[in-house]
Design a protein around this ligand. Sequence first.
Ligand code: FES
Length: 685
Amino acid sequence: MSQADHASTEDALVIFTPSGKRGRFPHGTPVLTAARQLGVDLDSVCGGRGICSKCQISPGYGEFSKHGVTVAADALTEWNSVEERYKSKRGMIDGRRLGCQAKVMGDVVIDVPPESQVHKQVIRKSASQRDIVMDPATRALYVEVSEPDMHEPTGDFERLVTALQTQWGVGEVAAELPILRRLQPALRKGQWSVTVALHKGNHDARHRILDIWPGFHEGKLYGLAIDLGSTTIAAHLCDLHDGSVLASSGVMNPQIRFGEDLMSRVSYAMMNPGGDVEMTAAVRTALNGLIQSIATEAKIVPTSIYEITFVCNPVMHHLLLGIDPVELGQAPFALATSGSLVLDAADLDIKAVNPAARVYILPCIAGHVGADCAAVALSEEPNKSKEMVLIVDVGTNAELLLGNETRVLACSSPTGPAFEGAQISSGQRAAPGAIERVEIDPITKEPRFRVIGSDLWSTDAGFTAATATTGITGICGSGIIEAVAEMRMAGLVDQGGLVGSAEQTGTSRCIPEGRTHSYVLHDGTAIGGPLITVTQGDIRAIQLAKAALYAGAKLLMDEMGIETVEKVVLAGAFGAHISPKHAMVLGMIPDVPLDKVISAGNAAGTGARIALCNVAARDYIEATVHQIHKVETAIEPRFQEHFVNASAIPNAVDTFPELSKIVTLPHVSFNTSGSGGAGGRRRRG
Ligand code: FES
């Protein structure tokens, strides 16, 4: 049957899957047009001109009893030369069609594959991470612009704007001078067609052209989601079209040389005129270096990065912006601004990206509860939880959220950098060679361990060969948590945190160190390697850190009026690596059944990615932070009481009934050396 024969019959029924949207259309309607009219999510960058191939669809033929239609072989117009050219040049899966080329000629069922959906979901990698629906602020659009006409004089820019409005339905459009300078050559070189990178943030009244290319631009647009922490800076490079993460990378925050924790950096700014400027310059230099290296790793040009979202705690936030953080060092801990911020990357001296790149900084919740906590709330959504959930973002400054769909509370707690391997005698970053898992035999007191880079335990055959290149270099954050918890379970450390002597513990691995004792985890000195011990000082540092974390959680539970929580989510760059059992043996987190402790990975980083990929998520989190009630740990007297109790391992007063179902902690006491407990010492930072 010819196409002309079809044209005289009644409208065809078009059914889209997976959306299930359906409608009747006159014969000859392009599938892309039908999809748009029905609000079906079918992508297009070239506006239906057969250039971009984003509109690929899979038509189904035959009997569809579920939909009550039979699809004839000629339900769509024949494969055309545009599709043939595209397939021969670029390849296309057999059976696929270009939605802008194939026209409806009969009842048809059309599947839109995930990669052709504009608002495609970026499928989560781990069970605890949210899917991200793509709706970025920056996208590439191809337009054909009418040529100038002496009799109807208008500027090239005005005709470009008209083309964007008529072909893409965008509203007002603005362009800065550098774009206007490139507009005329681009239009002429592209024979009156151009591709623009068009940006509209959630607070923008107008679209803004960030870049322009002659004709159809094949290149991609990228964005960065950056979690700017006190100790580490982590960045994810994302494709702004499909949300995929091309590379993730991190560097140490160079501000560490001005102070390890937040309050020591605020003090540095207070004590040293111009100290804040120095710290701002240091972090901006590190950011530029990180962006360069992540672009190199992903093999992209850094100028194809058009957007950056930042999440950070309030002190990092102010120092990034070049605002003196002095007010954050004293009550009432006033932020210069708590709202979200939209800036040019150039305003922050971030030069490694496109010169027109835009920055979005998530809102802060309060003086000590920053945009990183807002990002955790965006990623983990405690406000939608039926269970009473405690979310702990473990870092140098821990962020805690407690709540459910009725109410959410937040606080931050000054854990210090011990969990990140700093302040630990053999501590190091999580890198190949670092001890990350530890077990100690409770009878022989002999350890075995695993290092990053090998799946073998140190007692397995082949371990020495497997670690020959990395060596055994130190202990990372998750390793020290396991080491201390295992020492407690093996009776090498008592409830107060004291390490016993060789006589008290029955193992020569407990060696004297001044008036205290250390436990030898690994002695590599015979082959020129390090002696890796867990010292009394290391245990004190872990006690301080975990006590601060637990005290913060207890303060939130007091405020909520609850004794127990139903679920604990461990987040943070290394939160995913913390063993729930060991965290509970230490008393880092409240007692819950072990299967109710979930790892969320870097939830703050995920929140930054969500805000990068979905512009509506920015509105959502800006509204949500106003519903989160902040609890200030620094001025709350009960924090100190909880902190002192939590300095014991696991706790001086709280019981851990769920933990005691699986672990029996030995009753030992080594309080003869004169070394006091950790209680009473605390730091904010
Ligand atoms: S919409 Fe671009 S090829 Fe079909």
